[in-house]
Structures are given as C-alpha cells and as structure tokens.
Design a protein around this ligand. Structure first.
Ligand code: AMP
Ligand code: MG
Length: 403
C-alpha cells in the first residue's frame, strides 16, 4: 500500500502525463484572484520609475548635510510633483514620502533630525549617500519579467500586475471538477432527512475545497448505490477534467464505485493509501478524466481531497503542484495511536509564543464534522509511532482554508 507521500507523487506524475495545453481567457484583474496566469507580464518601465524618497524630510547633497550644518530650504516637492530642477549647491528642498528626489540630491534627511527657522534648516546628524532614497530601477527594470506564466494570482501578484498596468490578464481556464456523492442514505440539503438518512454535506465541502484550490466545481448531486444510477451519473462526470466521488469505495457489498468505473474503462493507479482516515481512497483515469474515489465519511473526504486532489487541480490548471504545507508544532497532550498507518487527527495549533503548540481535539472518528469545525489543522502521526509524549515536535497540516 502506498504511503500518502507516494500516493501524492503518483497523482502528480499521472496528472502531469494527462495534462494537455488548455484554453485561456482574458480577465479583468479584479476578477482574477486565485487564477493561474497564462502569459508572461513584463515591466512597462523601471521601478521605482524615479529616485523615490521613503521619508518626509529634506533632500540634500549628503556631503553638505554634515552634523551641525545649516542649509537654505529653496522649495518643496510632494508626491506626484514633476521634478526637473536640480538642487542648487548649498541648499536643501523639503520633500514628502513618495516624491521624486531632485537631480543633484543624493539623500533625504528625516524631518525628525532637523530643526527649521524660517528658510534655514539645521541638521543634527550627518547624512550618508542615498539614505532614505530608493533609486530608479532598483526594484525592477523596464522589460524584465514581472510575473511568469504559471503563477497563481494572490493579492501580491495582483498588485504587481496592477503596478505594471496589466488591467486585463490572460488566465488558464480553471479545471472543471465534477462532484458526485454516492449512497442510498444521502439526501440533498434542502430535503428533510428521514430518521436514517443523512444530508449531503460532502458535496458542499468538496465544492468548497475545489473552489478554494482553484478548480471550477460542477455539482452532480448524489447517486444511489446501484450500478445503473451510478453509471449514468459517472458518465456525466466524465465530461469534466476531474471527477471526485465520495463514498462507495470501501469493501461493503454496496460499494460499487470502483467496479462501475472499471466497466466504463477506468484504469486505477492506486486503490488504497496507508492513512487513517481515508485508507480506501482510489485514483485513476477514465477516458480523458482523472477520477478520485474518496471515502464517504466526511472527515475522510476532506483530508483525502486536501492530500490528493489539490495537486491535480494545480497541474491541470497550469500551475506547479503546491507543496503540502506541513509545519512543526510542539504537542501539548500525549498521543496514543495504533501504528501501521499515518494518522491525520483534527487538532488546533496556536501561537502562545514564537513557535506553535498543537492540541489534538476530542472526536468521534471520521464522521465527526463538528470536530473539524473546531480544528485548524490535522496532526500527522507517523505510521511507525504509537506513543508520542507531550512536548515532542510533531508535524501538522493546516486546514486548506486556515493559513
Ligand atoms: P461510504 O464511504 O460510502 O461507506 O460512506 C461512509 C459514511 O460516510 C456513510 O455511512 C455516511 O454516514 C457518510 N457519508 C457518505 N456520503 C456522505 C455525504 N455525501 N455526505 C455526508 N456524509 C456522507
Ligand atoms: Mg456508501
């Protein structure tokens, strides 16, 4: 059985083979948060575009602004002013943050270190060359790459595109992720469940996770545990880039997902992973669609999506697969788990000082959605450990939407 890291590597390898060149579309920058750039964007000019003052103060020639020196103030420059006149010798000019340093000046002295009487400014400490000035082109040069194709647009990337004037950007089409839950016990969330029915929360969490990860969720509702209904709904899912199923992958008599997929021509790359919860997760390909069969218990569905489906969304979406954001935290409470599988336990990590502490949460197993709402991470208990004492450093996997 594959470890979760091997299973992820398998997803990355097989998705890489399946990925084709995908369509892209032009978007307004304001609509592109979380999209993957499908073009290179270059700097339209130098950044900063002029020698920029980073302080409110006086523009000077550093050599003239010695400690105790007095210089005549000959004007004022504020942000946005057109600056062409050079600084005369033996003078200074009052300057604001973000304004252009005039030709001839090579430093800005903070107003806090000066004293002014009329037009005469006294300097309390010696200026050094280029202090409080960011020189033209020092952040980036005109024509250089500002953003590379394949980058996912977060707020900093959007700001970078905005800075260089890319008001519309060419983005990769988001991979379409069909979501199909299975189970005779599952009713849609608008319905009143019978006493032995449950509402379809998996379709909701899966769609949310798919969207957060950069996919376009395509909800297909629920299939009954019958080959004909399952087959017909899987056929719909096979029109999309990725099909994610929940439930029906365990060993029960009515767990039909694998056999129905096989009858439709699927090949499987794995059909179990050495984790708990989530062990029966399957991954394969059916026609041109990558197929994930995730176990139906809600926490199993969530963790297996985060571990295995996200890299496929990344790659099909034109981005490199993101790394698993594992962190280390010190365990607050001793743990005892059965060895053999890597356990993912709902937990909370908190920063009391510089390094985080993590506390496992009480839970009733992989059906316990309420426990997950209290959790901001999964504690990762290695397969070869059964007892972990309090105080030990342990890996945690933050929940997708937490950091
Ligand atoms: P299964 O993997 O099909 O054996 O399902 C395991 C358990 O997960 C079921 O007994 C249900 O309690 C739960 N479950 C299955 N599908 C869903 C769903 N769509 N939403 C919420 N819980 C589900
Ligand atoms: Mg089921």
């Amino acid at each position: 059985m594959l470890s979760y890291l091997e299973a992820r590597a398998c997803v990355i390898e097989q998705t890489g083979k399946a990925a084709r060149k995908r369509a892209s579309l032009a978007k307004n920058l304001s609509d592109a948060l979380g999209d993957v750039l499908a073009q290179d964007i270059r700097n339209d000019r130098d950044y900063p575009p002029f020698d920029r003052s980073t302080r409110d103060g006086y523009a000077v020639r550093a050599a003239e602004a010695a400690a105790g020196a007095q210089l005549r103030c000959v004007g004022e420059i504020k942000a946005g002013d057109t600056v062409t006149q050079p600084l005369p010798a033996g003078a200074c000019i009052q300057i604001m943050t973000g304004a252009a340093v005039p030709p001839g000046a090579d430093a800005v002295v903070m107003i806090e270190f000066t004293e002014r009487a009329g037009n005469i400014v006294a300097f309390q400490r010696a200026a050094s060359a280029w202090q409080n000035v960011v020189k033209k082109g020092s952040e980036a040069r005109a024509g250089e790459l500002a953003l590379k194709s394949g980058v996912r647009l977060g707020f900093a990337e959007l700001a970078q595109a905005a800075q260089v004037g890319a008001a519309r950007v060419q983005c990769h089409q988001r991979p379409r992720v069909a979501i199909l839950s299975t189970g005779d016990e599952v009713v849609s969330i608008g319905e009143t469940p019978g006493p032995f029915h449950i509402r379809n929360s998996n379709s909701v969490s899966l769609a949310a996770q798919a969207r957060l990860a950069g996919g376009e969720p395509m909800p297909l509702g629920n299939a009954l545990d019958r080959a004909d209904d399952l087959g017909a709904k899987i056929e719909l899912g096979l029109k999309e880039d990725i099909l994610v199923l929940s439930g029906g992958v365990s060993m029960g008599k009515y767990d039909l997902v694998e056999s129905v997929l096989k009858s439709l021509g699927a090949e499987f790359y794995f059909d179990a992973v050495a984790i708990r919860p989530g062990k029966p997760a399957v991954f394969g390909r059916c026609r041109d669609t990558l197929v994930f069969g995730l176990p139906g218990n809600p926490v199993s569905t969530m963790i297996t999506f985060q571990l295995f489906v996200i890299p496929a969304i990344d790659i099909l979406g034109g981005a490199p697969p993101r790394q698993l954001p594992l962190l280390e935290a010190s365990l607050v409470k001793a743990l005892h788990e059965k060895p053999g599988l890597t356990h993912f336990l709902p937990a909370r990590f908190e920063w009391t000082g510089i390094s985080p502490e993590v506390k496992p949460l009480h839970w009733q197993g992989s059906g316990d959605i309420a426990a997950l709402t209290q959790a901001n991470c999964f504690l990762v208990v290695p397969a070869d450990r059964s007892d972990i004492p309090a105080g030990e450093k342990i890996s945690v996997l933050p929940r997708l939407d937490v950091i």
